[in-house]
Ligand binder design. Structure first.
Ligand code: SAM
Length: 318
């Protein structure tokens, strides 16, 4: 798909470039905030799976820059924003970057060290594996990222804090809901308007972190296992915290973002320009080390090799 054609078919892709966001995902976080006011009172944040960085940009613009530009603010008032991803990210003002795998204990330790004994008010996680199209498999890998996110949450989030995590809706959604409900008094699954209806993606908005009494971070996995087997989860009642009984789980599900606003599944006409020729904008920040870079380099080297061989053959023919 050409850039102009994508601009037409994906309004949030076009708007992201116009507003200087590195990815259209920025709108998802902004629309979640419109509904849940997630940034209120927030001074310390962890952004898990942050590259290319549009959520970190939102955090920087919403939390860091207003303080930085306030002439009465002191350095100690500046918020702490720590962003982690497997991929390196171009710098963002006010964001500390850690390159690493969130499922690895060492990465979690580096994040915790940045907080230097203090706790975060908010942890966000937009982690996604490379989607295979096999829904069960994608949902499983995604759930491993949420689990890694929850592990970090149990170490860095303050009581009363919030956790926003991307989920893939599937047959284990109610199990995940019950597991999150063990740690948060409010859990809502939200679908921002900028997230396509055709995508199984949604976001768990978890509010008021309050781990079970006497909870030890080392017991996390054991505790989650007690919530139930995936196949049995639909029959569990997790509203009371302990998960037995006949009640079916109803998961609060909310569409968010201005309902009269742009629809991510619709095409919109391109804006009219003076000379009649629409000029598509370049992406704000192309990935600096995309995972496909090696494949592209190899393809280039092979093409160059073929050209060199052909030249040699021509020379021999002469
Ligand atoms: N929120 C980002 C933004 O607004 O720019 C977009 C995140 S993108 C949808 C998903 C990211 O998850 C990718 O950058 C990928 O590298 C990262 N990711 C996937 N698995 C990861 C892991 N195990 N550890 C750290 N990052 C991971």
């Amino acid at each position: 798909m050409g850039k102009a054609s994508r601009d037409k078919r994906d309004i949030y892709y076009r708007k992201a470039k116009e507003e200087g966001w590195r990815a259209r995902s920025a709108f998802k976080l902004l629309q979640i905030d419109e509904e849940f006011n997630i940034f209120e009172g927030v001074r310390r944040v962890v952004d898990l799976c942050a590259a290319p960085g549009s959520w970190s940009q939102v955090l920087s613009r919403k939390l860091y820059l207003p303080v930085k530009l306030d002439p009465n603010a002191k350095d100690s008032d500046l918020p702490l924003i720590v962003a982690i991803d497997l991929q390196p990210m171009a710098p963002i003002e006010g964001v500390i970057q850690v390159q690493g795998d969130i499922t690895n204990a060492r990465t979690a330790e580096v994040v915790i060290r940045h907080f230097d004994g203090c706790k975060a008010d908010l942890v966000v996680c937009d982690g996604a594996p490379d989607v295979t199209g096999l829904h069960d498999m994608d949902e499983f890998v995604q759930s491993q990222l949420i689990l890694a996110g929850l592990t970090i949450v149990t170490h860095v989030l303050k009581e009363g804090g919030k956790f926003i995590a991307k989920i893939f809706r599937g047959k284990d959604t109610s199990l995940l809901y019950c597991q999150l409900k063990l740690f948060f008094t409010e859990v809502t699954f939200a679908k921002p308007k900028s997230s396509r209806n055709s995508s199984i993606e949604a976001f768990a908005v978890c509010e008021n972190y309050s781990p079970p009494e006497g909870f030890n971070e080392k017991d996390l996995h054991r505790l989650l296992e007690r919530v139930g087997s995936p196949s049995g989860a639909d029959d569990l009642d997790c509203s009371s915290g302990w998960l037995e009984g006949p009640n079916k789980v109803y998961i609060p599900f909310l569409a968010c973002g201005d309902l009269n606003g742009y629809d991510s599944d619709r095409s919109y006409p391109l804006p009219k320009v003076a000379d009649g020729k629409y000029q598509s904008l370049d992406p704000v920040q192309p990935p600096i080390a995309p995972p496909y870079k090696r494949a592209l380099d190899m393809k280039k080297a092979i093409s160059q090799g073929i050209r060199d061989m052909e030249k040699l053959n021509v020379m021999h023919d002469c």
